[in-house]
Design a protein around this ligand. Sequence first.
Ligand code: MSP
Length: 524
Amino acid sequence: MSKTSFYITTAISYVNGSPHLGHAYEGILTDAMARFKRLDGYDVRFLTGTDEHGEKVAKTAEENGMSAQEFADKNADEFREMTALLGLSNDDFIRTTEPRHYTAAQAIWTKLQDKGLIALGKYEGWYSVREEGYFTEDELTEGENGEKLTPNGTPVKWVEEESYFFKLSDYTEKLLDYYEAHPDFIQPASRRNEIISFVKQGLKDLSVSRHKDRLHWGVPVPGDENHVMYVWLDALTNYITAIGYPDEDSADFKKFWPADYHVIGKDITRFHCVYWPAFLMAADLPLPKAIFAHGFINVQGQKMSKSIGNVLSPTGMVEMYGLDQIRYLLLREISHGNDGNFSHDSAVERMNADLANGIGNLAQRTLSMIYKNCDGQIPEPPTSSEEDQKFLNGFYKEMPEAVRDKFTRFRIDEALKVIINFVGEADSYVDAMAPWALKKEDPERMKTVLYVLAEAIRCIAIAIQFATPSAAAKLLDQLKIPEDQRLFEHMSADYALKPGTAIDKPEGVFPRLEFSDEEQKAAG
Ligand code: MSP
């Protein structure tokens, strides 16, 4: 049977700076969904990459005394390195300066222009370089120094220039109808409501080019060397470039478009939920199935910012806490679509409670008892009580079903809670059965109890691979589970541990984290 396809993307990051914890969070969140879907039997394509054009990148390159291309190359490398550092399982990494992307971006432009939906005019209005977005007067507020600010708090400047316009005004009703007919298109619902109110005010035509006298760093407008494409039209197209656009008949395009999820931050919903669907409708292409907008990460209760000096680097975090630990923390602590806060103390508390004292301790205790008391082999379970069966059914049925249900609604934090609750169930089972006491009283029963526990650990390890892939793999390796039996479908009695299998000497997979006073201080 051929597998169902699943296409998921992150936003592509601007290369005007180095990656920070916010970028890392988005990558890890998307990776968790991609990994879960693979574990659940889907044929997954996971795309991430870098957004390299536009005024923001050009300006920062100049401030750094570098050409835009050199600067983009340097920072794109850092983003690519981040994907490896975080263990992201992306299948592709796209850069908008690649030839394949120029082809796609120019093709969509030509399609829109041929349909009479792009025409030359003059733009006069407010532009935020930080957001690379246009804003109307009534959206702006006044900052402390009297400067005008966008709803996201970034400064705007007045721009007047010749520009091509896209007929966005034709799409007000079409988009509203679409949102109505597809209630899950924008997730979570709070973001959907914001977008609907914005579109209800009526959409104006959108400036989609910049004159080369003002900005040369972009994809050239086909047939007009005086203009480059507006960075968002260029950037959004990356999602179809990577699967072969403009070849709509290519195998990848047919298989993966429309995308299942574009995962983005809450600050860029307008571009993804208004402009992008309008461009796609205009290009006669189907719309993505869903846009999921996550919240922002703050550090010690404050927005990350260079001026405060609280910008956390993914490299520093992985070095300090370990990769699986930081992945787990971000996925568990930031709840569905909301902002989250990072603080060193609560991070350590959470990692120790759930990982070191939770899964790590359960596995270490159980596997050490098997190693010592059962000749280092998975014991033969002589008789298994009804209570044991009921306990194991939770791991075979309830746990995978609940995890799947949470993922269907992009509630990854809750999927982890489900797994940790099952770790708690296993801990209670150990305490109630007290296998250490059975060693003398009833060694046969001890074997059954240890077998049942090892089975529970096998299922927990399979389930948690999406969050902590290395530690989960280590546990599955210790239990000698073959590589091809690590999917959700294998959490069943049909794939239960084989008695007599020699296991490796157990080694802890989640060390307890302890930091000296100095280290604590450095972490803030
Ligand atoms: N280049 C655009 C996206 C184009 S997608 C076709 C962009 N780049 S960005 O580098 O500014 O942001 C990349 C992603 O990181 C966005 O989804 C953004 O919301 C997210 N984050 C940036 N800072 C963040 C936090 N502090 N916390 C969580 N995510 C944040 O926007």
